[in-house]
Design a protein around this ligand. Structure first.
Ligand SMILES: [Zn+2]
Length: 280
């Protein structure tokens, strides 16, 4: 496994990050770490502070970390925003919720994608968005989506829970409007895992075999969907350790995870290299 990807996972799940709980007045250690990493990669990076309601009456603050890669070709398409929430559940007493799969896996993948796209040909501007306060109600993504001009955006790609389990299946749920981008995806080869596409949340529910989960509202893509953007959501389906203290780095099958991250990176490179009319 790539050393950098592994190191990022280790850092995000370390006790120092204390379960990456959202709601501090200043950017927490995880936000600062991401800011630094994007900066090191040479990306223009900013915090985006927002407030959200926590509990019945009190207000709390969250901090998205927003990194940009401009289009570097003559003709440019609309922006693609790749999102992954970095927050998790924090601590309870002496117990730390490391949130390795949920969603250190997506966050470390976001950094790997940034690294990969940095030197790629980019027909689209890319925004790498590490969102905060997803666990408390998708607040970071909702805030981001509330302040964009929809006309300037082509697509949201959301990464949440990428550490494949024994089923070795990566699910991609997408809006119907995202179909042209899915066509780019299906031209790629998935190594050592199965790729399953779901063209609706209902289809996703049937594929994963989960009655309870509303996959549309389950993660940040919902905020972009509500804002009218096409979306693609990448995830491993249902994790038996979801929101438990057992969601630790020890549970991650690194080889499978690496394959998934490589696949998503390859997809992003292919997507950005695609002449503007290739998706229409
Ligand atoms: Zn999550």
């Amino acid at each position: 496994m790539s050393q950098q990807l592994f190191n990022d996972l280790v850092t995000l799940t370390s006790p120092a990050h204390a379960g990456r709980n959202a709601g501090s007045d200043e950017p927490n250690i995880s936000a600062q770490f991401l800011y630094e990493r994007f900066n090191q990669l040479g990306l223009q990076t900013q915090y985006q502070r927002f407030s959200f309601k926590s509990g019945f009456s009190s207000q709390a603050f969250g901090h998205n970390v927003v990194a940009k890669l401009p289009c570097n070709t003559e003709r440019c398409g609309k922006a693609i925003v790749v999102s992954a929430h970095y927050d998790h559940l924090g601590t309870k007493g002496s117990k730390i919720y490391a949130g390795a799969n949920d969603n250190a896996s997506g966050t470390a993948a976001l950094l790997a994608v940034a690294q990969q796209l940095k030197n790629a040909k980019r027909f689209y501007p890319v925004i790498l968005l590490a969102t905060d306060a997803e666990e408390k109600g998708l607040h970071g993504a909702k805030h981001y989506a509330s302040q964009i001009n929809k006309q300037e955006y082509a697509l949201n790609i959301n990464l949440d829970m990428l550490a494949l389990n024994q089923k070795s299946t990566l699910y991609v749920m997408h809006s119907r409007t995202a179909k042209p981008y899915v066509d780019v995806l299906t031209r790629l080869q998935a190594d050592d895992f199965k790729l399953k596409l779901a063209s609706s949340p209902q289809r996703m529910r049937r594929l994963v075999g989960t009655e309870r989960v509303d996959w549309l509202k389950a993660s940040d893509h919902y905020a972009f969907h509500r804002a009218g953007l096409p979306y693609l959501y990448f995830g491993m389906g249902e994790d038996k350790n979801h929101h438990s203290v057992k969601d630790t780095i020890e549970q991650i099958d690194f080889e499978k995870y690496q394959h998934v991250v490589n696949f998503i990176s390859d997809f992003m490179v292919a997507l950005l290299d695609c002449p503007l009319d290739c998706t229409s």
